[in-house]
Design a protein around this ligand. Structure first.
Ligand SMILES: [Zn+2]
Length: 164
């Protein structure tokens, strides 16, 4: 068994690292403080890097309950969960106006460890809105902590580690 230390409250979480491949990213939710974070499996047994790339909160509505979706480094494809459609960040919802592959949030780490977030639409039927403005066809919009994203009838809010 390996231990992962929660980056927020230092609570230790046990898990079996041998089940996973080197370089694989895993999402945890701390059972103590409910913080969501991502870890990456390193080369050695005890080489586990805790990384927090922020998360989006899906606001509860008629179609879905509240969900916290941790983000990973690189592209995060968001869309309506559908059995048979494999995407990195499915949202469990019945919202028919949300595509199965609706939009992509990219998380990029700079030289000093600073994180930048960009969002782009994935040719969705209803479009991707940020702060009530629809994204253009090839537009990549820089977003920050607190950004309000609308996919169909569903609202998401970006939370970055810096914003906490
Ligand atoms: Zn915690």
């Amino acid at each position: 068994m390996s231990k992962v230390i929660c980056p927020k409250c230092d609570h230790a979480i046990d898990f079996d690292a041998t089940q996973y491949k080197v370089g694989q990213a895993l999402v945890f939710e701390c059972e103590h403080c409910r913080k969501s974070f991502t870890i990456r499996i390193g080369e050695g047994d005890d080489d586990i890097q805790t990384e927090d790339f922020g998360h989006v909160v899906v606001i509860e509505n008629t179609f879905c309950y509240k969900q916290v979706i941790p983000l990973c480094e690189g592209d995060n494809m968001l869309g309506r969960y559908n059995k048979g459609t494999v995407i990195s960040h499915p949202i469990e919802t019945n919202d028919p106006s949300m595509d199965r592959r609706h939009c992509i949030i990219n998380v990029k780490k700079g030289y000093n460890g600073e994180l930048t977030y960009t969002i782009r639409d994935n040719q969705s039927v209803t479009g991707t809105f940020v702060m009530n403005r629809i994204l253009g066809n090839r537009e990549r919009l820089l977003i920050e902590d607190g950004a309000i994203i609308t996919l169909g009838a569903t609202t998401l809010i970006l939370h970055t580690p810096e914003g906490e």
